[in-house]
Design a protein around this ligand. Structure first.
Ligand SMILES: *Cc1c(COP(=O)(O)O)cnc(C)c1O
Length: 437
């Protein structure tokens, strides 16, 4: 009897929708974005320039043009704990909006720490462990990325050290607890333990921090440490590629339901959950097989796509990272301490920037109050509390559904619910008003 039950058999059944490969959109782009440049010489970056910062396995994934990159079985096994994530028909929301639109959402909040970030964290920790890296150093905004990497590091035996943006550190103490439970070391950024952070910290010990500053601190420590590398939770091509498990699953799940999206929506901080959902669909658009619209949604307080310039800029504040060709508000930009900490980033993934520049992807900004209203309505109608970041995607989906109602269209809307908001209840209690206001 028990012969029919085995972990392998169970995993095989469960994995029907779990992809075996990541999808690399660079294999299908007619032209790739301009290459990253060395921050010192301004010459196109060589892979070896990155070796002080990233693991070699990660660099290989960052530069490859192969269309499909296999997901190692060790990583698939960990992904299978929470993947495939559900694709849900938003019946409650649809009724409340009295819309003819069909609204579907992919729910990434079932991940181990409540967001999509584990999809790339597991892969990055695996690659680091495979080549004997002992410590991964990183930054975190709202804490989702730090938590995801802390968990992934603990699974694959890599120590994790996290610089957490001060405004989030103080707003979201629960995230620090999560990271420390996984054994990670967490510090407020900017702080006294790096040369770059110390200068800012001494001028203002309450400096709210920013992702750009925290990245500078993390890179400084990673490069200076012994057998330590840096890990980034968004923006880079490889990170977006790891996140395509979202869109690959969603495409299979939707097509099993006989549906095709007319519009695909995601919130954007660095662009990874949006790219992860959208790129497998964009592949069809590039091939002329579909006419889907793609909408990237950002907060009004940090409008890199809608108000920034498309140009070369550093990914961090100190200017340590390569120059990336992206939509940017400038590396010195310090956004207001909005609750959607994961969207407080001055730049945007070069691949998302490129598609916006080409007119393939639309961009939209949403004020914080509208995002919280949308998140609250979603909680009441669907019973899932969106992370403040994800609430921006909910707001845009509601706008699309209202437009469908006004024009009597049956449009199919697909959006990514990138995370749950149960560690963000304090923000909801304030009705989305800034802690500082
Ligand atoms: C980090 C985060 C984001 C923003 O990052 P992207 O790279 O743009 O996806 C959005 N939602 C949640 C829940 C996050 O944790």
């Amino acid at each position: 009897m028990s012969k029919t039950i085995s972990p392998e058999r169970f995993a095989a059944r469960n994995a029907a929708f779990l992809p075996e490969h990541f999808y690399n959109i660079k294999a299908d782009l007619p032209a790739c974005p301009p290459p990253p440049l060395h921050p010192g010489t301004k010459a196109p970056l060589r892979p070896s320039d990155l070796e002080a910062v990233f693991s070699r396995g990660f660099i290989a994934q960052e530069i490859t043009r192969e269309r499909f990159i296999p997901i190692p079985k060790e990583v698939r096994e960990k992904l299978a704990v929470y993947r495939p994530t559900p694709l849900i028909y938003a019946s409650g929301l649809r009724r409340a909006l009295d819309t003819p639109a069909h609204v579907f959402y992919k729910y990434e909040g079932v991940g181990p720490v409540g967001s999509h970030k584990s999809n790339t964290a597991l892969m990055q920790a695996y690659l680091a462990a495979a080549e004997g890296v002992e410590t991964l150093v990183t930054e975190t905004g709202a804490g989702q990325w730090g938590s995801a990497l802390a968990q992934a590091g603990s699974l694959f035996g890599v120590d994790v050290r996290v610089f957490m943006v001060r405004s989030s550190f103080r707003q979201k103490p629960g995230r620090r607890t999560v990271m420390e439970m996984f054994g990670a070391k967490v510090e407020e950024s900017p702080g006294p333990s790096t040369n770059f952070g110390r200068a800012l910290y001494e001028k203002d010990p309450d400096h709210p921090g920013s992702l750009g500053i925290a990245i500078s601190e993390a890179i400084e420590v990673a490069v200076g440490g012994k057998n330590s590398k840096y890990a980034l939770g968004s923006v880079l091509d490889a990170v977006l590629m790891h996140q395509t498990v979202i869109g690959l699953e969603a495409a299979a799940q939707l097509s099993a339901a006989g549906a095709e999206p007319d519009v695909v929506i995601g919130c954007v901080g660095g662009g990874s959950n949006f790219g992860g959902l959208a790129f497998p669909f964009v592949r069809g658009s590039l091939a002329g097989e579909r006419k889907t619209r793609y909408v990237a949604v950002e907060p009004e307080a940090c409008p890199s796509l809608t108000r920034g310039d498309l140009r070369y800029d550093n990914g961090d504040t100190a200017g340590l990272t390569p120059l990336l060709f992206m939509h940017t508000l400038g590396r010195d930009f310090v956004p207001a301490p909005i609750h959607a900490g994961g969207l407080r980033y001055h730049g945007m993934a070069p691949l998302v920037s490129h598609l916006v520049g080409q007119g393939m992807v639309e961009s939209r900004s949403v004020p914080q109050a509208e995002a919280f209203d949308a998140g609250t309505l979603f909680f009441k109608t669907e019973g899932i509390l969106p992370a403040p970041e994800s609430a921006h995607a909910v707001a845009a989906a509601i706008t699309e559904a209202a437009e469908a109602r006004a024009s009597g269209q049956e449009r199919v809307i697909l959006f990514n619910l990138s995370g749950h908001g149960f560690l963000d209840l304090a923000a909801y209690a304030k009705n989305g008003r800034n802690s500082s206001s």
